[in-house]
Design a protein around this ligand. Sequence first.
Ligand code: TMP
Length: 224
Amino acid sequence: MTTENDLTTRERVSSDVQSEAAPPHGRFYVFEGIDGAGKSTVARRVFEKLTASMNRKVVLTSEPSDSWLGDCVRRSHREGVSPTCETLLFVADRADHTERIRKWLENGAIVLSDRYYASTLAYQGAALKPFLGEKSVEWLKSLNDPVVIHPDMTFLLLIPPETGMKRLSGRNERTKFEKVGFLREVDRIYRDLAEEDETFVVIDASGTIDEVTGTILEAIKSNI
Ligand code: TMP
């Protein structure tokens, strides 16, 4: 069983939980979207609201994770590696992260993840397109298949890539993916994924943080 002490800084767990009241299996919700969509802020807000209102353990986690494998992903961004190498690092980090998620779910927790496998399909799908063409997403799906747990719902926060870029302009920390043409392709793949998977919930993220949080909380509460 994972205790609060086992959690890294970006993985938070609510306290004051009566574990006997928890149902036998947990629920798994993922937040996705292009850079600047506001998903990290919304995920944090949803975590706080659920923690305050549910008599149940709630975990907020993210990818790249805070493990040494997540550090490898971040290092690869700084040092520069090929899109294929980067893909394999993201998936290695996910394979390990999934085992932590599995334990939380077995323990009856509500797990919220800020990014999961759809990020690899969308971002690395776009990065690999010049090499693999349209096949890139299919290859990424087969690579991820053995290492993921299918989320109960994936909230896809949509904003125009130009708006995302504007929102990011004040941020110090930038990733190499924050280019408008690239983000347009990422956005296209995300929308395709949402069309083919009914567990995706598409959210208009141009509203306020409160509006977006409220919509997601309603969806989660009707699913639990
Ligand atoms: P963040 O800004 O949400 O922390 O994510 C860091 C960057 O990593 C973001 O630009 C998206 C990118 N990313 C991928 O390219 N593939 C992945 O599988 C994940 C999890 C993130």
